[in-house]
Structures are given as C-alpha cells and as structure tokens.
Design a protein around this ligand. Sequence first.
Ligand code: SAM
Ligand code: SF4
Length: 329
Amino acid sequence: MSEALRDAWGRSITYLRISLTDRCDFRCVYCMGEEMRFLPRRELLSYEEIVTVVRSLVAVGLRKVRLTGGEPLLRRDIVDLVRALAALPGLHELALTTNGSHLAELARPLWEAGLHSINISLDSLQPERFHALTRTGRLADVQAGIFAAAALPFQRRRLNAVILRGRNDDEIVDLAEFAQAQGFDMAYIEEMPLGQIAEHDRALQQVASDTVLARLEQAWGPLQPLHWSSGGPARYFQRPGSAHRIGLISPHSHNFCDACNRVRLTAEGRLLLCLGQEDALDLRQVLRSEGEAAILPALRLALQRKPAGHGFNLEQPVQLQRYMNMTGG
Ligand code: SAM
Ligand code: SF4
C-alpha cells in the first residue's frame, strides 16, 4: 500500500461518508427547511464515479464507508452500488444511514449485496409526533423497515435519534427500550447548526448528551462506559447485563475533533474536509477533467487544509448555509 492519507495535524483518514443524493422524502425539522430546492440529477456523481473514488482511497488505507444523504434509498442504483463497493478488497466496513421509509422492501437486497451495518433514524415512537418531526413521515413505514433489518444478520444495527427539548426528550428511555427489544444499539445525537431552519431555536432546544445519560441512568441505574468505538464519533455505554450499546454523539458537549478520521463526499462530488466548515475539494471536477490518477494527489494536498475542529457555536447566527442532507450526516 502506498503512503496512508494523513492531514496536517497527523490524523489518518480511514473513513468516508458519501451523500448519495440531497433529496429526501422527509423534511425533518432539524435537518431541512420545508421548501427545499434539490440538485438536478445530472449534477450527482454517478455510481461508477463513486466506486472509482472509493477504490482509489481504499488503496491508501480507507477502511470504512457510510452511504447516507439525503435519503440514500431514493437512489435507484443503490443495491448495485452496494454490491460494487462491497466487492472492493480492503474495505472492512460498508455502512448505511437511512430514514427507513423504503427499508421494508430494500433491507434484504441490501444485505444480500454485501451491506455490513445499518443505522436507522427514529426520533419518536408516537405516530403523530413522528409525523410532526419529519413533516411527512409515517412511523408505521419506518417501523416496518426496522423489523425487516432486525430479521437479517447485519454485523451492526443502530437507531439514531436527535433529541430536542420539549419535542421528544420525554422518549429517551422508550427509544432505548424499543431499540434493545429489536436488537439494535441506540445513539442520541446533539443537534448541529447546519443550515437555516425556521421552526425552532437550536440553542434553546439543545439537549446535552449528559442529560440523556442522566435520564437513562435514572431509569436503569449506572451505565458502563465502553472502550469500544465503531470508528465514528459516538462514545458508547452499556446497561449491565445487556448486549446492546448506547451511543452518545456530542459535537457540542464532548468535542470529538481530535480523533477525527473522516471526510465527506457530497452528492455532487465536493469532498468536504470538515462537517462544520465550508472548505472542500471539487473531486468531481478533478475526476472528470483529469481522471482517476489525479484523485489521490489532489486529495493529499487538500487534506493539508483540514481544520483542527468544527467550530460550532450555538450562540452565534448560523455559520453554515449547507444543510445536513447536503453534508452527508
Ligand atoms: N436520511 C437519512 C437519515 O435520516 O437517517 C440519512 C441522512 S441524515 C442527514 C443522517 C443523520 O443526520 C440522521 O440520523 C439525522 O437525524 C441526522 N441529522 C440531520 N440533521 C441534523 C442536525 N442538524 N444535527 C444533528 N443531526 C442531524
Ligand atoms: Fe431526510 Fe434524513 Fe434529513 Fe430527515 S434527517 S430530512 S430523513 S435527510
């Protein structure tokens, strides 16, 4: 293997998150505005271009890829893409994050194509509240997707919830109980200030991970911190006697930038050096004008500009106009 990918701070890059589309069938209140303009389809990286990028990076130490979006299951070629990526020697983990609305029919084809692990977003177990948080989603569809994924031997399965004060913070324990009953880990995410949203004040509705942990410990007793990592930013805990993990993703309260091993590819092929900053490499342009051989030199150069940290600050007006669906959360 030629020299591994490293940034100017000495962090090695082993994890790529890919937004397959910026489109989504939901409009979650923390992720998007109600009226959204999406990219014309011709602007998206093709499935062959995505495979080319991943193949180049695996040759220099990339080990994990997460397919996300927008809603990745809206990409018609998703099963073929998973099959092509899963066949790349050296890629240890191929993961997907989905809202689950199309998972009931796609879980099995994705697993058969070689998908290793799956995260499904679920913010409420109450149908009306779920609809209000997603603006369009039906809880029953997502639960059908969760049941379909639960029935398959994925290496890892996790549910994700963004917890908002006064909207779903009374469901912290219920969500974890549901996840465990279905054989899923459960992760709680602190809301990040990406894109302008009108519905709520992010600073006021923020629920810190320590509050989540305290609520769980109140219900269950002390949780055991684990020295295990999924390769992402979550810190994990375990309920004594249970095999399932509780993950906390805490960009505000426990900054994880020191250990950052990730970059993100947007749906139109911009390689974002950091979730919380705008600087990016136009990898689509590199690939289309100069070809595959130009990817690694351009990326090595860009990585020297990867910032030390995301710099999120809820006290200030929105610093980034880019929504999470563009970013590849
Ligand atoms: N549509 C898929 C889904 O919802 O799982 C994948 C893309 S979505 C952007 C990925 C994850 O980002 C979801 O778990 C979602 O809850 C989370 N997310 C979206 N906007 C966020 C924000 N502003 N802050 C924190 N997490 C966010
Ligand atoms: Fe869609 Fe996922 Fe964003 Fe919700 S969080 S609007 S499901 S991309």
